[in-house]
Design a protein around this ligand. Structure first.
Ligand SMILES: [Zn+2]
Length: 512
């Protein structure tokens, strides 16, 4: 058996199925470049047959990186052809064909018999193989499939040309032992002695995704499918950072290698949180803000003497910045860029300039600027702050026995446009006035306001999700004034929406 575990990242495909999350094309490319720096073996860039956006994403990622890139495809000819076309420029392309194999899915969803499912799989793998050497086959809902049928379809898939066999716990239903036994059974009876990689794909519905994945590795799986921060449908996928740190921290048990550069983990985890708008809970394993914080006096005392007393991993192995540089009023643009990089934000020149302006304003208003402040300023930039519309000024009348009214002026290049409108409260009035200017009538899907740090001079960070036509977009705004933060957040979401709508209007010449 091979002694290297291959990492297959599906943040851009399964991760994007997180409710409310959608990445733009350029965000997907940026994220893929970070995945390449992290050293993942395969990037699932999307589901080319599903939409023009996904097709373009697979194509753009294929061009941008030299690591493996794959596209998901149903057992449908059009899906496989779209995947093959989108992957044309990939250095290491893979088509990932799947079909549901469990009796429940066969009957309720596909309305197909065992025999029909098996034939569809073989036919589709054969077609995919005519385009691409590297073929992965997944049995959707494998953990609720009859074991004899699972063996039979896996054997047929190999005969048809599959080189990786994936056994997903699609609904996060399997117990750790059960999943290990299932993987062991396929390994012993189908895979052993052949040049085929067995793969695990686990979901976290019962909080077991990392545990089931690690058990699968112990029982013969040599590819793990996972996402950064465990993003994914419902309770999410197994999280990459937990799996790799599990394998490495307990290398005495697993004794396996991997190709990851774990010092990129913190950076990519921050990027995933900021692009998805799904913040990492403070108590999240490995990458949560509290993962290396010790509250109890006894623990602090121990850690000061020897960190191993209460820490099983080293924060530097994950690339977590070790305090170091502190920024203040006199820090320059260069220092801000360096610090932002350390915190996982790779800003463009335009974003850096805008962030630097806000940083200087903030330094006048606030004594201590913390990493959390810097991260909020960077997040705002990554969420549309340097887009088409900028806030020039706003004025609000609001009270408990009146309709709130807002007058908002927005800058578009050299042009300044002013409109007034009313609403239930000051924030709604502002949003309505913005809509008057942009002419886009957005529905507010969600709105959140939080203080970035403690204290009265804390920055407020507004996270605003808006919907227009079928597109949902997230914006972030930061200010010591909460109404201003909300306006920034809304404008930023609108800026990103306009940008994304422009992108999706580009006709795709070679999609069928
Ligand atoms: Zn999945």
């Amino acid at each position: 058996m091979e002694n290297t575990v291959l990492f297959f990242d599906t943040t851009l495909r399964d991760g994007e199925q997180t409710p409310g999350v959608s990445f733009h094309l350029n965000e997907k490319v940026e994220f893929a470049r970070h995945l390449e720096a992290l050293g993942v073996d395969m990037i699932e860039a999307g589901f080319a047959g599903a939409s023009v956006g996904d097709y373009e994403a697979v194509r753009a990622v294929s061009k941008a990186v030299s690591t493996g890139v794959c596209s998901l495809a149903r057992c449908v000819e059009a899906d496989i052809v779209a995947a093959a076309k989108a992957l044309k420029r990939a250095v290491k392309p893979r088509i990932h064909v799947f079909i549901a194999t469990s009796p429940l899915h066969r009957e309720a969803k596909l309305n197909m018999t065992r025999k029909q499912v098996l034939e569809a799989a073989v036919k589709s793998i054969t077609l995919a193989k005519s385009f691409c050497e590297d073929i992965e086959f997944s049995c959707e809902d494998a953990t609720r499939t009859e074991p004899d049928f699972l063996r039979e379809i896996c054997e047929a898939a190999i005969q048809a040309g599959a080189t990786t066999l994936n056994i997903p716990d699609t609904v996060g239903y399997a117990t750790v032992d059960e999943y290990g036994e299932m993987i062991g059974d396929i390994y012993q009876n189908v895979i052993r002695g052949r040049n085929i990689v067995l793969s695990a794909h686990c979901h976290n519905d019962l909080g077991l995704a990392t545990a089931t994945t690690l058990e699968a590795v112990r029982c013969g799986a040599r590819q793990v499918e996972c996402s950064i921060n465990g993003l994914g449908e419902r309770a999410g996928n197994a999280s990459l950072e937990e799996i790799v740190m599990g394998l490495r921290t307990r290398s005495d048990i697993y004794q396996l290698k991997d190709n990851l550069n774990t010092s990129e983990i913190y950076r990519i985890s921050r990027l995933a949180a900021s692009l998805s708008g799904v913040e990492v809970p403070p108590n999240k394993a490995v990458v949560g803000a509290n993962a290396f914080v010790h509250q109890s006096g006894i623990h602090q005392h121990g850690v000061l003497r020897n960190r191993e007393t209460y820490e099983v991993m080293k924060p530097e192995d994950l690339g977590i910045p070790q305090g170091g540089m502190v920024l203040g009023k006199l820090s320059g643009r260069h220092a801000l860029r360096e610090h932002a990089m350390e915190l996982g934000f790779d800003l463009t020149d335009r974003e850096l300039n805008a962030a630097f302006e806000k940083f200087k304003e903030l330094a006048d208003r606030k004594k201590d600027i913390t990493d959390r402040d810097i991260m909020a300023l960077c997040r705002e930039q990554m969420h549309g702050a340097s887009g088409m519309y900028q806030i020039h000024s706003f004025q609000i009348f609001s009270g408990n026995r009146m309709t709130s009214t807002a007058t908002v002026s927005l800058k578009m290049g050299d042009l300044i446009v002013t409109r007034a409108d009313c609403g239930e409260g000051p924030i709604e009035a502002c949003f309505h006035a913005v809509d008057q200017i942009t002419g886009l009538h957005c529905t507010l899907e969600s709105y959140q306001l939080k203080a970035v740090t403690e204290g009265e001079d804390a920055l407020g960070e507004a996270t605003v999700r808006v919907k227009n036509k079928d597109m949902v977009m997230l914006g972030k705004g930061v200010s010591t004034d909460i109404i201003e933060a909300s306006c920034f957040g809304y404008i930023n979401a609108v800026n990103r929406l306009i940008e994304a709508q422009k992108q999706s209007d580009v006709p795709s010449s070679d999609i069928e």
